[in-house]
Ligand binder design. Structure first.
Ligand code: SF4
Length: 243
C-alpha cells in the first residue's frame, strides 16, 4: 500500500497493517476481504420498468431546472436546489440521500464533517471531488424539513434529474451511501446490511451499484469504518477492471 493511501486510511480512522510475508493489506477488525459474489443482472421486466428517458437537458439546462424546480413540496422549505459537485466525466458517481442543513445553505452535497470523511474515503481510492474522477449528488436535490426521510412521491418527482445526470456522466460505477439512498435508488426495502456485499445494477445501462455506509453513520459508529474500506476496495477493483 502506498504511503499516501495509508495516510488517508489513518485519517479515516482505520488502522492498517501489512503482513511481512505477503505484503497484502488488511484492515484491523475488518470483515474478510473476499471478492463480492457475482450478482445476477436485473430481470428484463425490471430494466424495462426503469427504462424511461430523462428529459434531454444539457448541463446548464439541467442545473437551471433543478434550481427552479417546484415539482414537489420540498421547494417550499429549501434554500436552494443542490445539483451535485465534481467531474462531469466521472468514472464513479456517489449518490446520497438528500441535502442536509449545511448543504442546503451552501448549495453543495456532502459538506461538513460527513463530507470531509467522504472526501477522505474517496481519496483513499485515488478520487477527489475537486481533482476529478468522481461526481457526488443525492437522490433528492432539495432538503427535506428536519432531515426526515424522503417520501416516495418526492423521490419519483426528482428522479428525472438523477437519470439525466447519469446519462450525461455515464459513470462506470455508482456508490450508494446509506440505507435511504440505496433503498430509493434500487427500489428495494431490504436493510443496508442485506444490500451491502454484492453488486446491484441501475437503469437502462445497468450501471453497477455498490452500497456502503453513510459517512455520518461512520462518524457515529467508527467501528464500521473498516467495513467501509472493504466496500471502497470493491469499487476500486471494479473501476480497475473496466479501465
Ligand atoms: S426535491 Fe427534486 S423534485 Fe422536489 S422540488 Fe427539489 S428538485 Fe424538485
Amino acid at each position: 500500500m502506498d504511503k499516501r493511501r495509508l495516510e488517508y486510511l489513518q485519517r479515516m480512522g482505520i488502522d492498517v497493517w501489512v503482513p511481512r510475508e505477503t505484503g497484502a493489506e488488511a484492515a484491523v477488525a475488518s470483515q474478510p476481504a473476499a471478492e463480492a459474489p457475482a450478482t445476477a443482472a436485473p430481470s428484463p421486466a425490471a430494466s424495462a420498468e426503469r427504462d424511461e428517458a430523462a428529459p434531454d437537458w444539457d448541463w446548464p439546462a439541467l442545473e437551471a431546472a433543478i434550481r427552479a424546480c417546484t415539482a414537489c413540496r420540498l421547494h417550499e422549505s429549501r434554500t436552494q436546489g443542490v445539483v451535485g459537485v465534481g467531474d462531469h466525466a466521472a468514472r464513479l458517481m456517489v449518490i446520497g440521500e438528500a441535502p442536509g442543513a449545511e448543504e442546503d445553505r451552501r448549495g453543495e452535497p456532502f459538506v461538513g464533517r460527513a463530507g470531509q470523511l467522504l472526501d477522505e474515503m474517496l481519496r483513499a481510492i485515488g478520487l477527489s471531488r475537486r481533482d476529478g474522477g468522481v461526481y457526488i449528488t443525492n437522490i433528492l436535490k432539495s432538503r427535506p424539513p428536519d432531515n426526515r426521510d424522503p417520501l416516495a412521491d418526492e423521490v419519483a418527482a426528482c428522479e428525472p434529474y438523477l437519470r439525466r445526470q447519469l446519462q450525461l456522466i455515464q459513470p462506470q460505477v455508482i456508490l450508494a451511501v446509506g440505507r435511504v439512498a440505496a433503498q430509493n435508488l434500487l427500489k428495494k426495502e431490504q436493510p443496508l446490511g442485506k444490500l451491502r456485499g454484492r453488486w446491484h445494477f441501475y437503469g437502462p445501462d445497468e450501471t453497477p451499484v455498490w452500497v456502503t455506509y453513510h459517512p455520518a453513520y461512520l462518524l457515529r459508529s467508527p467501528g464500521d469504518k473498516a467495513k467501509a474500506w472493504q466496500d471502497l476496495k470493491q469499487v476500486r477493483n471494479r473501476l480497475a477492471s473496466v479501465s
